[in-house]
Design a protein around this ligand. Structure first.
Ligand code: FES
Ligand SMILES: [Fe+2]
Length: 417
């Protein structure tokens, strides 16, 4: 018998299912958040090898074709050929554009214009050159990732660089390397999470879950230093929200970890191997973009600032482990017994239903992210200047990192309170 009281409060019977927060979660063309995400340069994949076969991608609910022409310029186009609509996925990449397989029309990387239609007589070709454009998005390569501008063409800002990637190396004799990653580094397992982007993104402003999910619930998934219960604070910044977590280590020193998010969808998370030999405590090196594939699937593209070994080869930063094994080596029973970020976030459902949540003090960072996003949506709707990565800033500054401070006075915390 499992019933201990005749009084039943909050029975599951007839509970219904409220709608998701559509304003914050829907990303397709024409949706509020979809439009906000299109007001920042978005990474769409590793930049392909010049001249390699076209790649089918899906981002923000749009199917597109990514390629890199023979001159090394990335191109991103609507798949349906402007002639009669077969997909350019079967096209051929040439020095200055992409050529369709069906009738050979070629579209320029530089501006999408049709620059060749081999079966057409010159009389019609002149008109085709003047009028036919394959729908395309401007894009560029930055450290091995292709970034696209999917917003209104007339509002395209300069591409911002990131100080975390451009700052000189601490040791000039052994300069850091930057690795472009499309394996889902930082997602906690797998390259794609079958859930909405927001529950992935807001997770980085939820540092308390590190102590439960990653440290004490099952096995310790990060370093020893990361497993210490921290004191936690959050702060708004010009570009987003940050959290800092102070952990007092056995020798009385303080390990301060600062994690930062940049609205609408980028984050810098210092690596989770803090304090381990060879890793120590370093400024945040993992710039990740939480990229919606569509409303219910999400990936992450990262630029990882890495140390290099004696041969100058980049050392891939530590990932979470489960009893020394990686996420994809676990059986289903082990995933259930030792859940990580993947399980917890996909476990919130395809689109987390905010209306059924009960938020506490420890969710303050999540609330700040949602509030700031909503402020941006209001500004977008009103035609006002946007903040965060949608503000057109030239360089993005960051304070994220793992820091070790000897016993004594801590530096002032970062951010504006
Ligand atoms: S459908 Fe592409 S060239 Fe005809
Ligand atoms: Fe996590």
């Amino acid at each position: 018998m499992g019933i201990t009281s005749d009084r039943v409060v909050g029975s599951a019977y007839g509970r219904g299912q409220p709608e998701p927060d559509n304003e914050l979660t829907r990303v397709g063309p024409g949706t509020p958040m979809g439009e906000l995400l299109r007001r920042a340069w978005q990474p769409v994949g590793l930049t392909p090898e010049p001249g390699s076969p076209p790649r089918a991608i899906r981002i923000l609910g749009e199917d597109l074709v990514l390629y890199c022409d023979g001159a090394g310029r990335p191109g991103l186009v609507e798949p349906r050929c402007a002639h009669r609509g077969t997909t350019l996925y079967y096209g051929k990449v040439e020095d200055d554009g992409i050529r369709c397989c069906y009738h050979g029309w070629k579209f320029a990387t530089a501006d999408g214009r049709c620059i060749d239609a081999p079966m057409e007589p010159e009389a019609t070709m002149a008109n085709i050159r003047r009028t036919v454009v394959q729908p395309w998005y401007p894009c560029l390569d930055y450290h091995g990732l292709t970034f696209a501008w999917m917003g209104p063409p007339e509002l395209r800002p300069p591409f911002p660089t990131w100080d975390v990637l451009e700052a000189p190396s601490e040791n000039p004799d052994r300069p850091d390397a930057i690795l472009a990653d499309a394996t889902g580094y930082g997602l906690g397992g797998g390259t794609v999470l079958g859930c909405n982007w927001l529950q992935v993104f807001e997770n980085v402003m939820d540092p308390y879950h590190v102590f439960v999910l990653h440290s004490t619930f099952s096995v310790q998934q990060f370093s020893d230093a990361m497993a210490v219960l921290p004191t936690v604070e959050w702060a708004n910044t010009d570009t987003g929200v940050l959290t800092y977590q102070d952990r007092t280590l056995d020798d009385g020193s303080t390990y301060r970890r600062i994690t930062e998010c940049f609205l609408p969808n980028a984050r810098i998370v210092p690596n989770v191997g803090a304090g381990t030999p060879g890793e120590g405590y370093r400024s945040g090196g993992a710039l990740g973009f939480v990229v919606p594939i569509d409303d219910t699937s999400t990936t992450m593209y990262s630029l990882l600032r890495c140390q290099t070994d004696d041969d100058g080869v980049a050392v891939f930063p530590p990932r979470a482990t489960w009893n020394g094994r990686s996420w994809d080596e676990l059986t289903e029973a082990e995933h259930q017994a030792m859940p990580g970020d993947h399980e917890a976030q996909v476990g919130q459902g395809p689109i987390a239903i905010h209306a059924t949540e009960h938020l506490g003090h420890t969710d303050r960072g999540v609330q700040m992210v949602r509030r700031r996003l909503r402020q941006l949506l209001r500004a977008l709707d009103a035609g006002e200047p946007l903040g965060g990565l949608a503000s057109g800033l030239a360089t993005v500054s960051s304070v994220a990192g793992n820091e070790l401070h000897p016993p004594g006075r801590l530096p002032d915390p970062p951010g504006a309170f």
